[in-house]
Write a protein that binds this ligand. Structure first.
Ligand SMILES: [Zn+2]
Length: 131
């Protein structure tokens, strides 16, 4: 693997976290707007249109971040170098699937994450592999 592999992994995680954060913020804003729209009491505040536009805008930002965040995993899958994206995502979330590592991989001694056989650093926790 290239020396930038560990950095790419961290960057991917940053985009995933930013994407999920933006996504939840967008959903919160849209739900709040819908609740304001459906409020029946006369003293309810006016629906804030900014919430709707802001929510939709954030939704697009979230999709862009998530595309960056998960694009790396999709590319690795397309190249046949990694596990399917769902397994990869579950493994990144700490959910170990009960499958032996495929040929050409090795498990991290620190976190047990499966990595490419020629990896120098763990894709998950960044620990250096012994040579
Ligand atoms: Zn590890």
């Amino acid at each position: 693997m290239s020396s930038g592999y560990r950095y790419q992994s961290q960057l991917r995680w940053t985009f995933r976290i930013l994407g999920l954060g933006a996504l939840s913020a967008a959903i919160t804003m849209i739900i709040r707007f819908v609740r304001q729209m459906s409020a029946t009491s006369f003293d309810a505040p006016e629906p804030n249109v900014l919430l709707m536009f802001g929510g939709i805008g954030l939704l697009f930002v979230a999709l862009v971040f998530l595309n960056f965040g998960f694009g790396g995993a999709a590319a690795r899958y397309a190249a046949g170098e990694g596990l399917p994206i769902v397994k990869d995502g579950l493994a990144d979330l700490g959910i170990a699937l009960d499958t032996p590592p495929p040929d050409g991989t090795k498990s991290c001694p620190t976190c047990n994450m499966s990595n490419d056989a020629d990896a120098r650093f763990c894709d998950s926790c960044g620990a250096a592999f012994p040579k």
